[in-house]
Structures are given as C-alpha cells and as structure tokens.
Design a protein. Structure first.
Length: 317
C-alpha cells in the first residue's frame, strides 16, 4: 500500500487525461514524479499544486498534510489571485505577509513571490525601458525555475503549464509589447490562446486569464491593422466570457469586435456590437467616459450606433 495518497490522485488524473509522465513533468525529474505517484515520496504543497494545476484539476482535492505556514500562504495566494483577477494590483502588503509566514521560501514559493512582485511593479510603477528590461528578465528567470528550457521566442508551447506559469508567460508578453517587441508578444499570447483551446477544455481549467489573454491579443491585432484576426480572437474571447461567467472583459472584446467588423465593411453588425459595448460600459464606467469613447469610435470608424444616436438626442434636449 502506498504511504502517501496524493500520488494516487495525480496518477489517476494524469491517466484520465491520457498524459504521459514525461509530458506532465516537462523538464522536471520524471523519477521524482514516479516516486510521488507510487506513494513512496511526499511532494511539498507547491509541488503537488504544480502537477495538479498543470492537469487543470481543482486544487481542493489536494490531500497532503499542511503546516501552519502552508495554510497561511494558501490563504494569501488565493487573495493574490483574486486581486489579479479583479485588476487590483496593490499586492505589497500581501507579499510581505507571504514572505513572513515562515523563515524560508521553497523554489516554487519563490517563483510565485517574484512573479507577483514583478506584476505589481509592472502595473503600478509606470516602468521605463530599463526597468521593463529588468522585469522581462525577472519573468524569464521565474519561469525557468520550473521549465529551464522554456523558449519565449517559440510560437508554440509544448510543456503543460500551471496557472502561475501561464500567468508568467502572459505578463512577459505584456512587458515585451511595452518594449516594442510586438511580434514576440503576439506570438506568446497566440501560443497561450492555443494552449487553452487545445489542452484545457473544461470550465475550471480556463480561469479568467483565458478571457484576458484573448481580450489583449484581439486588441493588439486590431491596433496592428489585422482586422480579420482581431475579430476571430474577439469572438472567441466573447464566447469564453459567457462560458466562464466573466463580464469584465466583455466591453473591450465587444469594442474590438465592432471595430474589426467596421474595418471589414460589415457596418450593421458593427453598429450592434458598438451598442452592446457602450451600454455595458455606461453601467461600469459612467455616462461621461462612455460618451467620449463612443464619440471617438464614431469619428474613427464612421459608425453611428444606437447608443451614439441616443446620446446625441440626450445632449440636444
């Protein structure tokens, strides 16, 4: 009988998805994974999370003993991810508490800590070119803690990735885009989008990051003038938002969809999606900001949607 049952869970979930040990372990030790699955070795909390997250499994099934520091850090990690999903990047206090939970951070905890710290700097500090280069290197170093041979210039992603690893690739792409390396950034997000599409098909697997990747990618492609590709990703992003019950990315996705349709000459469809976009924006952002955005869109794309007409009527009265 195996001494540690978590290995049975990992093995069962891996076989259910028809994934080999080599594919799941990536560049990690297959011997280590084999020992864990055979029940002769107990993984750390973060190692168990790494494998289960790569499998797209709900981490609540993780059955390993936890220390007080583990429990504290799990709570903080959940709050960190909740803030990221809610676009709240004030993470300093949480990161300080995360480090203080015990005397040391293991390699995977260090990966999470430095990733979240770099995300906070990227979003809050308006970094210049030199700082962006440093953040880019930080994301690369962080991912290579678990995937030493990961190639950020590759248009395809071969290893299975945990949520933290996917988050690193996403923010590395954002940093590259800010540095002007737009082709590299687009390739990385296209790879992540393909990863979600082909490997993570379940509702739990996808998480909010999937919709955010598609929103960002569609916007970049629209800015580059590739209306057809922008439309394709915006349509996929909209479907994903409805699938995940995530409304926050919908207005920018509808905007990209409407703008792409306008550029492709599909005016009636464009009007419909601009109207949906601005109606949702008004609820979230208020009338004044939405009215300015609608006016800019009308001038740029030559589309007068029902929201724009209603707004003009309101102004005239």
């Amino acid at each position: 009988m195996p001494a540690y049952l978590i290995g049975e869970t990992i093995r069962e979930q891996r076989l259910r998805r028809n994934i080999s040990q080599e594919a799941l372990a990536g560049t990690s030790s297959i011997c280590e994974l084999s020992d864990i699955e055979n029940g002769t070795a107990m993984p750390s909390r973060k190692t168990a999370e790494l494998y289960l997250s790569r499998l797209g499994v709900d981490l609540s099934i993780m059955n390993i003993p936890l220390t007080q520091a583990d429990c504290t850090r799990i709570h903080i990690e959940n709050e960190l991810f909740a803030r990221i999903n809610g676009r709240n990047f004030n993470l300093g206090g949480l990161l300080k508490a995360y480090r203080a939970a015990s005397d040391t951070l293991d390699s995977l905890e260090q990966q999470l800590y430095e990733t979240m710290d770099a995300i906070s700097q990227f979003q809050n500090d308006s970094p210049d070119g030199r700082q962006l280069e440093t953040l880019c290197s930080t994301f690369e170093t962080s991912l290579r803690r678990t995937i030493p041979t990961f190639d950020f210039t590759s248009p395809s992603i071969t290893p299975y990735l945990s949520f933290t690893e996917r988050l690193i690739v996403y923010y590395h792409a954002l940093t590259c885009y800010a540095l002007g390396r737009r082709d590299d950034a687009v390739l990385q997000l296209e790879a992540i989008a393909s990863y979600y599409r082909e490997r993570l098909r379940g509702r739990f697997d996808k998480t909010t990051l999937c919709a955010l990747v598609l929103q960002t990618l569609s916007g970049w492609l629209l800015d580059s003038g590739d209306a057809a590709a922008a439309l394709r990703y915006a349509e996929e992003g909209s479907r994903t938002c409805f699938e995940l019950d995530q409304l926050l990315p919908l207005p920018p996705l509808f905007y990209t969809r409407a703008a792409s349709l306008a550029l492709l000459g599909r005016k009636d469809e464009s009007k419909r999606y601009f109207s949906l976009c601005f109606s949702m924006m008004e609820v979230c952002n208020g009338h004044d900001k939405t009215a300015r955005c609608a006016k800019e869109a009308e001038a740029r794309y030559g589309i007068t949607c029902s929201y724009c007409g209603k707004n003009k009527t309101g102004e005239s009265t």
